[in-house]
Design a protein around this ligand. Structure first.
Ligand code: HEM
Length: 556
Protein backbone atom coordinates (compact mmCIF):
# COMPACT_ATOMS: atom_id res chain seq x y z
CA UNK A 1 0.00 0.00 0.00
CA UNK A 2 1.44 3.36 -0.97
CA UNK A 3 1.26 6.23 1.47
CA UNK A 4 1.06 9.90 0.79
CA UNK A 5 2.49 10.72 4.13
CA UNK A 6 1.23 8.14 6.58
CA UNK A 7 -1.06 10.50 8.47
CA UNK A 8 -4.03 10.00 6.23
CA UNK A 9 -3.67 6.27 6.17
CA UNK A 10 -3.21 5.82 9.89
CA UNK A 11 -6.08 4.73 12.01
CA UNK A 12 -5.11 5.67 15.56
CA UNK A 13 -7.50 3.06 16.90
CA UNK A 14 -5.45 0.45 15.12
CA UNK A 15 -2.36 1.53 17.02
CA UNK A 16 -2.39 -1.09 19.71
CA UNK A 17 0.40 -1.46 22.25
CA UNK A 18 2.03 -3.62 19.65
CA UNK A 19 2.38 -1.01 16.99
CA UNK A 20 3.13 2.67 17.12
CA UNK A 21 2.21 3.37 20.66
CA UNK A 22 5.71 3.65 21.97
CA UNK A 23 7.91 5.57 19.57
CA UNK A 24 11.60 6.01 19.05
CA UNK A 25 12.93 9.55 18.77
CA UNK A 26 16.26 11.21 18.10
CA UNK A 27 18.59 13.21 20.35
CA UNK A 28 20.47 14.42 17.30
CA UNK A 29 19.43 15.05 13.72
CA UNK A 30 19.63 12.00 11.45
CA UNK A 31 22.87 11.67 9.46
CA UNK A 32 23.53 9.65 6.37
CA UNK A 33 27.08 8.51 7.04
CA UNK A 34 28.30 6.18 4.35
CA UNK A 35 31.05 3.73 5.11
CA UNK A 36 32.85 1.19 3.06
CA UNK A 37 31.03 -2.03 3.92
CA UNK A 38 34.13 -4.20 4.02
CA UNK A 39 35.76 -1.60 6.25
CA UNK A 40 33.01 -2.12 8.83
CA UNK A 41 33.34 -5.89 8.55
CA UNK A 42 37.07 -5.64 9.21
CA UNK A 43 36.53 -3.31 12.14
CA UNK A 44 33.88 -5.36 13.89
CA UNK A 45 34.25 -8.88 12.57
CA UNK A 46 35.82 -11.96 14.15
CA UNK A 47 39.60 -11.73 14.73
CA UNK A 48 39.35 -7.98 14.15
CA UNK A 49 40.59 -5.12 16.29
CA UNK A 50 37.58 -5.26 18.65
CA UNK A 51 38.08 -8.87 19.63
CA UNK A 52 39.73 -9.25 23.00
CA UNK A 53 41.85 -12.31 22.89
CA UNK A 54 44.93 -14.07 24.09
CA UNK A 55 45.73 -14.77 20.42
CA UNK A 56 48.88 -13.08 19.14
CA UNK A 57 48.18 -9.79 17.39
CA UNK A 58 44.75 -9.19 18.97
CA UNK A 59 44.09 -6.87 21.90
CA UNK A 60 44.55 -8.37 25.36
CA UNK A 61 42.12 -7.62 28.20
CA UNK A 62 42.86 -4.10 29.41
CA UNK A 63 44.24 -4.14 32.98
CA UNK A 64 44.10 -0.34 33.23
CA UNK A 65 40.33 -0.03 33.07
CA UNK A 66 38.41 -1.21 36.17
CA UNK A 67 35.17 -3.17 35.76
CA UNK A 68 31.93 -3.47 37.76
CA UNK A 69 30.80 -6.67 39.49
CA UNK A 70 29.60 -9.13 36.84
CA UNK A 71 25.95 -9.02 37.94
CA UNK A 72 25.58 -5.43 36.73
CA UNK A 73 26.20 -6.51 33.14
CA UNK A 74 22.99 -8.55 33.23
CA UNK A 75 21.07 -5.98 35.24
CA UNK A 76 21.99 -3.71 32.31
CA UNK A 77 20.60 -6.18 29.79
CA UNK A 78 17.47 -6.41 31.91
CA UNK A 79 17.11 -2.59 31.91
CA UNK A 80 17.66 -2.61 28.14
CA UNK A 81 14.79 -5.09 27.68
CA UNK A 82 12.53 -3.00 29.91
CA UNK A 83 13.18 0.15 27.86
CA UNK A 84 13.53 -0.92 24.29
CA UNK A 85 12.70 -3.55 21.73
CA UNK A 86 13.13 -2.54 18.15
CA UNK A 87 10.20 -3.77 16.04
CA UNK A 88 9.52 -3.16 12.42
CA UNK A 89 6.24 -1.96 10.96
CA UNK A 90 5.56 -2.69 7.32
CA UNK A 91 3.83 -0.50 4.77
CA UNK A 92 0.46 -1.88 5.83
CA UNK A 93 1.27 -0.79 9.41
CA UNK A 94 1.40 -4.37 10.65
CA UNK A 95 4.26 -5.58 12.73
CA UNK A 96 6.84 -7.62 10.90
CA UNK A 97 7.82 -10.41 13.22
CA UNK A 98 11.53 -10.58 12.47
CA UNK A 99 13.80 -7.63 11.89
CA UNK A 100 14.58 -7.09 8.24
CA UNK A 101 18.03 -7.88 7.00
CA UNK A 102 20.50 -5.37 8.33
CA UNK A 103 21.26 -2.40 6.09
CA UNK A 104 17.71 -1.31 5.41
CA UNK A 105 17.36 2.30 6.51
CA UNK A 106 14.98 2.55 9.48
CA UNK A 107 12.83 5.61 10.13
CA UNK A 108 11.49 6.87 13.42
CA UNK A 109 8.47 8.98 14.31
CA UNK A 110 10.30 12.26 13.91
CA UNK A 111 11.47 11.43 10.41
CA UNK A 112 7.92 11.78 9.10
CA UNK A 113 8.62 15.50 9.20
CA UNK A 114 11.06 15.09 6.38
CA UNK A 115 9.85 17.11 3.45
CA UNK A 116 10.42 14.70 0.62
CA UNK A 117 6.91 13.31 0.48
CA UNK A 118 5.94 9.67 0.72
CA UNK A 119 7.31 8.09 3.82
CA UNK A 120 6.23 5.02 5.68
CA UNK A 121 6.87 4.34 9.31
CA UNK A 122 9.29 1.49 9.61
CA UNK A 123 10.08 1.09 13.25
CA UNK A 124 8.47 1.21 16.64
CA UNK A 125 9.36 0.28 20.20
CA UNK A 126 7.87 -2.99 21.44
CA UNK A 127 8.36 -1.84 25.04
CA UNK A 128 7.31 1.37 26.74
CA UNK A 129 10.25 3.76 27.00
CA UNK A 130 9.67 3.95 30.74
CA UNK A 131 11.38 2.11 33.60
CA UNK A 132 8.11 0.38 34.44
CA UNK A 133 8.96 -3.35 34.23
CA UNK A 134 6.58 -4.01 31.33
CA UNK A 135 9.12 -6.71 30.41
CA UNK A 136 8.20 -8.48 33.67
CA UNK A 137 4.50 -7.69 34.15
CA UNK A 138 3.60 -7.68 30.47
CA UNK A 139 2.42 -4.60 28.62
CA UNK A 140 -0.27 -2.74 30.56
CA UNK A 141 0.59 -4.69 33.67
CA UNK A 142 -1.56 -7.71 33.11
CA UNK A 143 -1.88 -8.19 29.38
CA UNK A 144 -0.80 -11.76 30.14
CA UNK A 145 -2.86 -12.72 33.18
CA UNK A 146 -1.56 -16.31 33.08
CA UNK A 147 1.75 -14.97 34.39
CA UNK A 148 0.04 -14.79 37.79
CA UNK A 149 -1.87 -17.13 40.08
CA UNK A 150 -5.29 -16.17 41.44
CA UNK A 151 -3.62 -14.52 44.44
CA UNK A 152 -1.70 -12.15 42.15
CA UNK A 153 1.70 -13.88 42.55
CA UNK A 154 4.05 -14.62 39.67
CA UNK A 155 3.89 -18.32 38.89
CA UNK A 156 7.34 -19.83 39.28
CA UNK A 157 8.71 -23.36 39.04
CA UNK A 158 9.95 -24.46 42.51
CA UNK A 159 10.29 -20.80 43.37
CA UNK A 160 13.54 -20.78 41.38
CA UNK A 161 12.83 -20.93 37.64
CA UNK A 162 10.26 -19.65 35.20
CA UNK A 163 7.59 -22.15 34.14
CA UNK A 164 8.63 -24.07 31.05
CA UNK A 165 6.88 -26.50 28.72
CA UNK A 166 4.87 -26.90 25.55
CA UNK A 167 1.76 -25.47 27.25
CA UNK A 168 3.25 -21.99 27.08
CA UNK A 169 3.78 -19.62 24.18
CA UNK A 170 7.46 -19.84 23.13
CA UNK A 171 7.66 -22.85 25.52
CA UNK A 172 7.99 -20.65 28.60
CA UNK A 173 5.88 -18.40 30.77
CA UNK A 174 7.63 -15.05 30.58
CA UNK A 175 6.46 -11.60 29.50
CA UNK A 176 9.53 -10.91 27.38
CA UNK A 177 11.30 -14.04 26.07
CA UNK A 178 14.46 -11.96 25.60
CA UNK A 179 14.77 -12.14 29.39
CA UNK A 180 15.40 -15.85 28.97
CA UNK A 181 17.99 -15.29 26.23
CA UNK A 182 20.69 -16.40 28.66
CA UNK A 183 20.59 -18.04 32.08
CA UNK A 184 21.94 -14.98 33.91
CA UNK A 185 19.41 -12.40 32.73
CA UNK A 186 16.72 -15.04 33.40
CA UNK A 187 17.77 -15.12 37.04
CA UNK A 188 17.73 -11.31 37.33
CA UNK A 189 14.20 -11.44 35.89
CA UNK A 190 13.20 -14.04 38.49
CA UNK A 191 14.63 -11.84 41.29
CA UNK A 192 12.14 -9.11 40.36
CA UNK A 193 9.28 -11.63 40.18
CA UNK A 194 10.31 -12.81 43.64
CA UNK A 195 10.42 -9.23 44.89
CA UNK A 196 6.79 -8.92 43.79
CA UNK A 197 5.85 -12.20 45.48
CA UNK A 198 7.70 -11.34 48.71
CA UNK A 199 6.02 -7.94 49.04
CA UNK A 200 2.64 -9.34 47.99
CA UNK A 201 2.84 -12.13 50.59
CA UNK A 202 2.62 -9.51 53.35
CA UNK A 203 -0.85 -8.45 52.19
CA UNK A 204 -4.26 -9.95 52.30
CA UNK A 205 -7.57 -9.21 50.65
CA UNK A 206 -10.37 -10.66 48.57
CA UNK A 207 -9.29 -12.35 45.31
CA UNK A 208 -10.60 -9.37 43.37
CA UNK A 209 -8.28 -7.12 45.39
CA UNK A 210 -5.08 -9.16 45.43
CA UNK A 211 -5.50 -10.93 42.08
CA UNK A 212 -4.08 -9.54 38.81
CA UNK A 213 -5.30 -5.95 38.23
CA UNK A 214 -6.86 -5.73 41.71
CA UNK A 215 -6.01 -2.58 43.72
CA UNK A 216 -3.72 -4.41 46.15
CA UNK A 217 -1.93 -6.14 43.27
CA UNK A 218 -1.41 -2.75 41.61
CA UNK A 219 -0.08 -1.32 44.87
CA UNK A 220 2.47 -4.18 45.06
CA UNK A 221 3.44 -3.59 41.46
CA UNK A 222 3.98 0.12 42.16
CA UNK A 223 6.21 -0.76 45.12
CA UNK A 224 8.28 -3.16 43.00
CA UNK A 225 8.66 -0.55 40.26
CA UNK A 226 9.66 2.08 42.84
CA UNK A 227 12.40 -0.21 44.26
CA UNK A 228 13.59 -0.96 40.73
CA UNK A 229 13.77 2.73 39.82
CA UNK A 230 15.78 3.44 42.98
CA UNK A 231 18.19 0.63 42.05
CA UNK A 232 18.57 1.98 38.51
CA UNK A 233 19.08 5.55 39.74
CA UNK A 234 21.39 4.89 42.66
CA UNK A 235 23.06 1.51 42.17
CA UNK A 236 23.23 1.05 38.39
CA UNK A 237 23.61 4.44 36.69
CA UNK A 238 26.46 5.60 39.00
CA UNK A 239 28.42 2.47 38.08
CA UNK A 240 28.40 3.36 34.40
CA UNK A 241 28.13 7.18 34.48
CA UNK A 242 30.53 9.45 36.38
CA UNK A 243 29.11 11.45 39.29
CA UNK A 244 29.86 14.84 37.74
CA UNK A 245 27.94 13.92 34.61
CA UNK A 246 24.94 12.71 36.59
CA UNK A 247 24.95 16.04 38.43
CA UNK A 248 25.27 17.99 35.18
CA UNK A 249 22.35 16.08 33.64
CA UNK A 250 20.19 16.62 36.75
CA UNK A 251 20.87 20.35 36.48
CA UNK A 252 19.97 20.45 32.78
CA UNK A 253 16.87 18.32 33.38
CA UNK A 254 15.74 20.79 36.00
CA UNK A 255 16.24 23.62 33.53
CA UNK A 256 14.47 21.67 30.79
CA UNK A 257 17.57 21.86 28.61
CA UNK A 258 18.41 18.24 27.85
CA UNK A 259 18.23 16.82 24.35
CA UNK A 260 16.10 14.03 25.77
CA UNK A 261 13.44 16.53 26.89
CA UNK A 262 13.62 18.37 23.57
CA UNK A 263 13.07 15.04 21.77
CA UNK A 264 9.98 14.28 23.83
CA UNK A 265 8.61 17.80 23.36
CA UNK A 266 9.00 17.35 19.58
CA UNK A 267 7.29 13.95 19.76
CA UNK A 268 4.37 15.31 21.76
CA UNK A 269 3.99 18.14 19.28
CA UNK A 270 4.06 15.75 16.37
CA UNK A 271 1.55 13.38 17.95
CA UNK A 272 -0.78 16.32 18.51
CA UNK A 273 -0.40 17.45 14.92
CA UNK A 274 -1.18 13.95 13.73
CA UNK A 275 -4.19 13.68 15.99
CA UNK A 276 -2.55 10.81 17.85
CA UNK A 277 -2.15 12.39 21.25
CA UNK A 278 -5.06 10.43 22.63
CA UNK A 279 -3.05 7.21 22.56
CA UNK A 280 -1.92 7.35 26.17
CA UNK A 281 1.12 8.42 28.10
CA UNK A 282 3.32 5.64 26.76
CA UNK A 283 3.22 7.37 23.41
CA UNK A 284 4.69 10.50 24.93
CA UNK A 285 7.83 8.90 26.39
CA UNK A 286 10.08 8.08 23.46
CA UNK A 287 13.42 6.27 23.53
CA UNK A 288 16.30 7.82 21.61
CA UNK A 289 17.69 5.63 18.84
CA UNK A 290 21.17 6.81 19.85
CA UNK A 291 20.58 5.05 23.19
CA UNK A 292 19.07 1.79 21.94
CA UNK A 293 21.02 1.30 18.75
CA UNK A 294 24.41 2.40 19.96
CA UNK A 295 25.21 3.69 23.43
CA UNK A 296 23.27 1.30 25.66
CA UNK A 297 24.73 -1.60 23.74
CA UNK A 298 27.73 -0.76 25.93
CA UNK A 299 26.90 -3.95 27.84
CA UNK A 300 28.20 -6.06 24.97
CA UNK A 301 31.68 -4.88 25.96
CA UNK A 302 31.07 -5.92 29.60
CA UNK A 303 30.39 -9.54 28.73
CA UNK A 304 32.90 -12.27 29.59
CA UNK A 305 33.50 -15.55 27.82
CA UNK A 306 32.35 -17.45 30.89
CA UNK A 307 31.23 -17.06 34.50
CA UNK A 308 31.64 -18.74 37.87
CA UNK A 309 28.10 -19.56 39.00
CA UNK A 310 28.67 -21.55 42.19
CA UNK A 311 31.57 -22.20 44.54
CA UNK A 312 33.37 -25.44 43.81
CA UNK A 313 31.93 -25.74 40.31
CA UNK A 314 33.99 -24.94 37.19
CA UNK A 315 33.16 -21.73 35.30
CA UNK A 316 30.47 -22.05 32.62
CA UNK A 317 31.01 -20.57 29.14
CA UNK A 318 28.57 -17.96 27.86
CA UNK A 319 28.06 -19.58 24.45
CA UNK A 320 29.67 -22.85 23.52
CA UNK A 321 27.70 -24.87 21.06
CA UNK A 322 30.02 -27.90 21.34
CA UNK A 323 29.25 -28.65 24.96
CA UNK A 324 25.87 -30.27 24.54
CA UNK A 325 24.04 -27.40 26.20
CA UNK A 326 26.48 -26.94 29.08
CA UNK A 327 26.64 -23.21 28.51
CA UNK A 328 24.65 -20.13 29.47
CA UNK A 329 22.32 -19.94 26.49
CA UNK A 330 18.73 -19.58 27.66
CA UNK A 331 15.42 -21.35 27.06
CA UNK A 332 16.57 -24.31 29.17
CA UNK A 333 15.83 -25.34 32.78
CA UNK A 334 18.14 -23.64 35.27
CA UNK A 335 18.45 -26.70 37.47
CA UNK A 336 17.89 -29.71 35.20
CA UNK A 337 18.78 -32.32 37.85
CA UNK A 338 19.76 -35.83 36.81
CA UNK A 339 23.46 -35.09 37.21
CA UNK A 340 23.35 -32.08 34.85
CA UNK A 341 25.04 -28.80 35.76
CA UNK A 342 23.13 -26.71 38.26
CA UNK A 343 22.96 -23.25 36.67
CA UNK A 344 21.29 -21.56 39.63
CA UNK A 345 23.73 -18.87 40.69
CA UNK A 346 25.03 -18.05 44.13
CA UNK A 347 24.52 -14.31 43.99
CA UNK A 348 27.64 -13.58 46.04
CA UNK A 349 29.61 -14.31 42.86
CA UNK A 350 27.74 -11.53 41.00
CA UNK A 351 26.95 -8.80 43.55
CA UNK A 352 28.64 -7.72 46.77
CA UNK A 353 26.92 -9.73 49.52
CA UNK A 354 29.76 -11.03 51.66
CA UNK A 355 33.22 -9.77 52.53
CA UNK A 356 34.86 -11.33 49.47
CA UNK A 357 34.38 -9.54 46.18
CA UNK A 358 32.20 -10.90 43.39
CA UNK A 359 33.81 -11.72 40.05
CA UNK A 360 34.17 -8.61 37.91
CA UNK A 361 32.59 -8.24 34.51
CA UNK A 362 34.71 -6.96 31.65
CA UNK A 363 35.57 -3.29 31.37
CA UNK A 364 33.65 -1.03 28.98
CA UNK A 365 36.55 -0.53 26.62
CA UNK A 366 35.70 -1.65 23.10
CA UNK A 367 37.40 -5.02 23.40
CA UNK A 368 34.75 -7.73 23.29
CA UNK A 369 34.98 -11.39 24.31
CA UNK A 370 35.45 -14.04 21.63
CA UNK A 371 32.07 -15.67 21.87
CA UNK A 372 30.03 -12.73 20.67
CA UNK A 373 31.80 -12.47 17.35
CA UNK A 374 30.02 -15.66 16.31
CA UNK A 375 26.61 -15.52 17.98
CA UNK A 376 24.89 -18.88 17.83
CA UNK A 377 21.26 -19.20 16.78
CA UNK A 378 18.67 -18.52 18.08
CA UNK A 379 20.27 -15.30 19.43
CA UNK A 380 20.12 -13.99 15.87
CA UNK A 381 18.13 -15.00 12.84
CA UNK A 382 20.09 -13.56 9.95
CA UNK A 383 23.71 -12.48 9.28
CA UNK A 384 26.01 -10.94 10.33
CA UNK A 385 26.85 -13.28 13.22
CA UNK A 386 29.18 -10.79 14.88
CA UNK A 387 27.24 -8.79 17.47
CA UNK A 388 29.80 -6.00 17.10
CA UNK A 389 29.14 -5.77 13.38
CA UNK A 390 25.37 -5.87 13.91
CA UNK A 391 25.62 -2.96 16.32
CA UNK A 392 27.61 -0.77 13.95
CA UNK A 393 25.43 -1.58 10.94
CA UNK A 394 22.26 -1.01 12.98
CA UNK A 395 23.57 2.44 13.92
CA UNK A 396 24.21 3.26 10.27
CA UNK A 397 20.71 2.01 9.32
CA UNK A 398 19.18 4.36 11.84
CA UNK A 399 21.16 7.37 10.63
CA UNK A 400 22.94 7.87 13.96
CA UNK A 401 25.45 10.69 14.22
CA UNK A 402 29.12 9.85 14.56
CA UNK A 403 30.71 10.10 17.99
CA UNK A 404 32.47 13.29 16.94
CA UNK A 405 29.20 14.96 15.92
CA UNK A 406 27.53 13.87 19.17
CA UNK A 407 30.46 15.37 21.14
CA UNK A 408 30.21 18.67 19.25
CA UNK A 409 26.42 18.85 19.67
CA UNK A 410 26.54 18.05 23.39
CA UNK A 411 29.18 20.78 23.80
CA UNK A 412 26.52 23.40 23.22
CA UNK A 413 24.64 22.19 26.31
CA UNK A 414 27.38 20.95 28.63
CA UNK A 415 30.41 23.04 27.68
CA UNK A 416 33.22 22.03 25.35
CA UNK A 417 33.81 18.28 25.05
CA UNK A 418 37.16 17.24 23.63
CA UNK A 419 36.59 14.71 20.87
CA UNK A 420 38.32 11.42 21.62
CA UNK A 421 41.68 11.47 19.78
CA UNK A 422 42.61 9.13 16.94
CA UNK A 423 45.38 7.54 19.00
CA UNK A 424 42.66 6.16 21.30
CA UNK A 425 40.03 5.39 18.71
CA UNK A 426 42.43 3.59 16.40
CA UNK A 427 45.58 2.80 18.38
CA UNK A 428 48.63 2.04 16.25
CA UNK A 429 49.66 -1.29 17.77
CA UNK A 430 46.25 -2.73 16.90
CA UNK A 431 45.68 -0.97 13.62
CA UNK A 432 49.12 -1.27 12.07
CA UNK A 433 48.57 -4.95 11.27
CA UNK A 434 45.06 -4.03 10.14
CA UNK A 435 45.96 -0.96 8.16
CA UNK A 436 43.62 -2.05 5.39
CA UNK A 437 40.68 -1.16 7.64
CA UNK A 438 41.56 2.49 7.65
CA UNK A 439 42.65 2.48 4.05
CA UNK A 440 39.34 1.11 2.90
CA UNK A 441 37.22 3.31 5.10
CA UNK A 442 39.21 6.39 5.97
CA UNK A 443 36.14 8.33 7.18
CA UNK A 444 35.75 5.91 10.10
CA UNK A 445 38.44 8.09 11.68
CA UNK A 446 36.54 11.38 11.65
CA UNK A 447 32.97 10.02 11.39
CA UNK A 448 33.44 7.23 13.91
CA UNK A 449 30.32 5.07 14.43
CA UNK A 450 28.72 6.06 17.74
CA UNK A 451 28.78 2.65 19.43
CA UNK A 452 32.47 2.07 18.64
CA UNK A 453 33.28 5.65 19.66
CA UNK A 454 31.65 5.53 23.11
CA UNK A 455 33.37 2.23 23.93
CA UNK A 456 36.83 3.53 23.03
CA UNK A 457 36.04 6.80 24.81
CA UNK A 458 35.16 4.77 27.92
CA UNK A 459 38.35 2.72 27.63
CA UNK A 460 40.37 5.93 27.85
CA UNK A 461 38.73 6.86 31.16
CA UNK A 462 40.66 4.66 33.57
CA UNK A 463 39.86 6.33 36.92
CA UNK A 464 36.69 4.24 37.28
CA UNK A 465 34.55 1.67 35.51
CA UNK A 466 32.30 4.32 33.97
CA UNK A 467 31.74 5.63 30.45
CA UNK A 468 33.44 8.63 28.90
CA UNK A 469 31.63 11.92 28.33
CA UNK A 470 29.46 11.33 25.25
CA UNK A 471 28.40 7.83 26.32
CA UNK A 472 27.74 8.95 29.89
CA UNK A 473 25.56 11.88 28.82
CA UNK A 474 23.40 9.75 26.50
CA UNK A 475 22.84 7.15 29.24
CA UNK A 476 22.14 9.67 32.02
CA UNK A 477 19.85 11.85 29.88
CA UNK A 478 17.86 8.79 28.81
CA UNK A 479 17.60 6.73 31.99
CA UNK A 480 17.19 9.58 34.49
CA UNK A 481 15.22 11.56 31.91
CA UNK A 482 12.77 8.70 31.39
CA UNK A 483 11.98 8.60 35.11
CA UNK A 484 11.38 12.36 35.16
CA UNK A 485 9.36 12.27 31.91
CA UNK A 486 7.14 9.37 33.01
CA UNK A 487 6.37 11.05 36.35
CA UNK A 488 5.57 14.30 34.55
CA UNK A 489 3.35 12.51 32.03
CA UNK A 490 1.40 10.93 34.88
CA UNK A 491 0.89 14.32 36.54
CA UNK A 492 -0.09 15.95 33.24
CA UNK A 493 -2.71 13.26 32.78
CA UNK A 494 -4.08 13.53 36.33
CA UNK A 495 -4.37 17.29 36.35
CA UNK A 496 -4.15 18.76 32.85
CA UNK A 497 -5.35 22.17 34.00
CA UNK A 498 -3.26 22.71 37.12
CA UNK A 499 -0.17 21.07 35.66
CA UNK A 500 2.93 23.25 35.93
CA UNK A 501 5.77 21.60 34.08
CA UNK A 502 8.56 23.74 35.52
CA UNK A 503 7.49 23.36 39.13
CA UNK A 504 6.83 19.62 38.76
CA UNK A 505 10.19 19.03 37.10
CA UNK A 506 11.97 20.91 39.88
CA UNK A 507 10.17 18.82 42.48
CA UNK A 508 10.98 15.47 40.82
CA UNK A 509 14.63 16.36 40.22
CA UNK A 510 14.87 17.70 43.77
CA UNK A 511 13.63 14.36 45.16
CA UNK A 512 16.22 12.46 43.13
CA UNK A 513 18.97 14.82 44.31
CA UNK A 514 17.97 14.41 47.94
CA UNK A 515 17.98 10.61 47.72
CA UNK A 516 21.27 10.77 45.93
CA UNK A 517 23.02 13.00 48.43
CA UNK A 518 21.82 11.01 51.43
CA UNK A 519 22.59 7.63 49.97
CA UNK A 520 25.42 8.16 47.73
CA UNK A 521 27.65 10.90 49.08
CA UNK A 522 30.76 9.82 47.18
CA UNK A 523 28.86 9.43 43.95
CA UNK A 524 29.13 5.70 43.40
CA UNK A 525 29.42 2.19 44.71
CA UNK A 526 26.81 2.22 47.43
CA UNK A 527 26.28 -1.48 46.81
CA UNK A 528 29.42 -2.27 48.74
CA UNK A 529 28.29 -0.06 51.61
CA UNK A 530 26.89 -1.55 54.82
CA UNK A 531 26.52 -5.29 54.38
CA UNK A 532 23.73 -5.60 56.88
CA UNK A 533 20.17 -5.07 55.72
CA UNK A 534 17.21 -6.13 57.75
CA UNK A 535 14.51 -7.98 55.92
CA UNK A 536 11.40 -6.81 57.67
CA UNK A 537 8.51 -7.00 55.24
CA UNK A 538 8.15 -3.21 55.20
CA UNK A 539 11.80 -2.79 54.25
CA UNK A 540 11.08 -2.92 50.54
CA UNK A 541 10.90 0.87 50.75
CA UNK A 542 14.58 0.84 51.76
CA UNK A 543 15.80 -1.20 48.82
CA UNK A 544 18.26 0.93 46.89
CA UNK A 545 20.75 -1.69 45.70
CA UNK A 546 20.82 -5.11 44.08
CA UNK A 547 22.53 -6.49 47.20
CA UNK A 548 19.61 -5.30 49.34
CA UNK A 549 17.06 -6.71 46.89
CA UNK A 550 18.77 -10.10 46.99
CA UNK A 551 18.77 -10.13 50.78
CA UNK A 552 15.16 -8.97 50.93
CA UNK A 553 13.91 -11.86 48.79
CA UNK A 554 16.02 -14.32 50.78
CA UNK A 555 18.23 -15.41 47.90
CA UNK A 556 21.94 -15.90 48.53
C1 HEM B 1 24.71 -12.60 26.50
C2 HEM B 1 24.45 -11.38 26.45
C3 HEM B 1 23.87 -10.62 25.28
C4 HEM B 1 23.54 -11.06 24.02
C5 HEM B 1 23.65 -12.44 23.44
C6 HEM B 1 22.99 -9.92 23.32
C7 HEM B 1 22.55 -9.97 22.03
C8 HEM B 1 21.90 -8.94 21.38
C9 HEM B 1 21.36 -9.01 20.05
C10 HEM B 1 21.44 -10.22 19.12
C11 HEM B 1 20.78 -7.82 19.79
C12 HEM B 1 20.09 -7.41 18.49
C13 HEM B 1 21.18 -6.90 17.59
C14 HEM B 1 20.65 -6.34 16.29
O1 HEM B 1 20.33 -7.12 15.41
O2 HEM B 1 20.57 -5.10 16.16
C15 HEM B 1 20.96 -6.98 20.96
C16 HEM B 1 20.46 -5.71 21.09
C17 HEM B 1 20.66 -4.93 22.19
N1 HEM B 1 21.44 -5.21 23.29
FE1 HEM B 1 22.29 -6.98 23.69
N2 HEM B 1 23.01 -8.83 24.15
C18 HEM B 1 23.56 -9.20 25.34
C19 HEM B 1 23.77 -8.40 26.44
C20 HEM B 1 23.47 -7.07 26.51
C21 HEM B 1 23.77 -6.20 27.60
C22 HEM B 1 24.53 -6.64 28.85
C23 HEM B 1 23.29 -4.95 27.30
C24 HEM B 1 23.31 -3.64 28.06
C25 HEM B 1 23.78 -3.41 29.21
C26 HEM B 1 22.68 -5.05 26.00
C27 HEM B 1 22.05 -4.02 25.35
C28 HEM B 1 21.40 -4.14 24.13
C29 HEM B 1 20.55 -3.12 23.56
C30 HEM B 1 20.22 -1.75 24.18
C31 HEM B 1 20.07 -3.63 22.36
C32 HEM B 1 19.03 -2.96 21.43
C33 HEM B 1 17.66 -3.46 21.87
C34 HEM B 1 16.51 -3.00 20.98
O3 HEM B 1 16.18 -1.81 21.00
O4 HEM B 1 15.93 -3.83 20.26
N3 HEM B 1 22.80 -6.34 25.56
N4 HEM B 1 21.66 -7.69 21.91
Amino acid sequence: MAHHGWVVELDPKGLTPDSLKSPFGRLFAARDHEYDSLGISFLAGALGPMQESSLAGLPAPSPAKPANPAGFTFLGQFVDHDMTEFRVVGDDLKLIESNPVIAKRQRVLEDVRRPEGTISVTTTNGRTGKLDLDSVYGLLGTAQPDLFDAGGNFRLHNDEDIMRGAAFKNSRLIADPRNDENKLIAQIHILFEKLHNTIHATKSGAPSEIGPSGPIFLETKAQVVAAYQRIVLHDYVPRIVRAEQIDAVLEKLEEGETRYQAMNARNRHLLRELGLDQLDIDATVAVPVEFSHAVFRLGHSQLRNGYLLRSGQPGVPLFETNLGGNDLRGNKPLNPGGGGTNFLVQWRHFFKLVSTNPQPGNAIDGNLPNSIFRLPPPAIGEPPVSLAERNIRRGVDFGLPSGQIAAAEFSTTYGFIDPTPLSILFPDPIFQPKAEVLERAANLQWETPLWYYILKEAGAYTAGPQLGTVGGLVVAETLIGSIVEARLAQKRLEDPVGFNEEAETARIVGDIRTERSTLNPDGHDIGSGPLSFSTNPSDHANIFTMSQLIRYVGAN
